[in-house]
Design a protein around this ligand. Sequence first.
Ligand SMILES: *Cc1c(COP(=O)(O)O)cnc(C)c1O
Length: 377
Amino acid sequence: MDGGARMSPAPVRQRQAGATGYLTIDLDALRRNYETIATTVAPAKAATVVKADAYGLGADRVAPALYRSGCRDFFVAQFGEAEDLRLHLEGNARIYVLNGLQPGAEVACAEAGIIPVLNSMEQYKRWKSAALGQGRTLPAVLQFDTGMSRLGIPPEDRAAFATELATTGAVEILFIMSHLASADEPDNGQNTEQLAEMQKIAAEFPQLGTSFANSGGVFLGQDYHGILTRAGIAVYGGAQTAGKSNPLQPIVRLDVAVVQTRTVSPGTLIGYGGTHAARSEMRLATLAAGYADGLPRCLGDRGAVYHAGVRLPIVGRVSMDSITVDVTALPPGTLTLGSLVEVIGPHQTLEDLAKSAGTISYEILTGLGHRYHRDYL
Ligand SMILES: *Cc1c(COP(=O)(O)O)cnc(C)c1O
């Protein structure tokens, strides 16, 4: 995809006794990616999105590393994630909950110092009651729907909000935000339509700054930056723009161990359902990762792994805990029990793997699971 020009996290540094899968996460590359984004959007500030356990990479390690890189604004999707994250960040880090304020969560949210993204008048009113009940001002963000129809205040409620904010100070609105539906496609007309709507909203709330851009939006230009951007996938090295070269570095490498090798004669059936019959004599290796470790089942007879740059096709179905690959292209004896092969790395990027599974890097990352030995560089 990128001709191997981009750096990739170093191979496994140290074997862990008994471990059969190694997920290497390069926190230094993470920091460089954050700095690239922060520079791109300055003078706007760069928040990061660390929902879903920092896209599966471990929010407890990733968020503090981003904090050390200067990030002070962190978005998660759910209140529980915010509570967990609070324990790993300094008090001056701001944590926002994108999915809004659930009924009954008001006091816990206020007490934990977590900032809800309010998506409706009903949520706003409950947050205001909590503020009045506690006799203090509580912070919040208002999200408006600009055309994605997912989360946010609908256009018909904007006037009521404008009136409300002019008359009461119990809730301090830090900024207003919206989310782009097609920012990964720079030429998609939905971007400019949403931008026009966002600018209209900004004019209705002239006292407030805006936050609009996800990773794709960061690279759509200054019009999209507002006062605070919200990159997720770009920080983690995923391509944020379909079909364009990626200015950010991969931060993830995945190596999986061989747990058995064998040679099979023509006609031998391989894997569940016997869906693959060896056409000729084949050498096989069984690797210790399957769909429970985030290798989608659809990679069966479709995807591949790499060893020393040689492509090793997955043969037969993906099992829960293993895949079987054809290693005939390697000299006999190259792979033995415990040898590591590359699933994500310099020869197969995260995007390549996602593509061969018919999905996106986000889904691969968040699905990687908890059975790999994790090494944070
Ligand atoms: C997930 C999410 C983001 C981050 O998106 P990326 O494409 O990963 O940069 C930003 N804003 C909102 C509202 C989100 O839900």
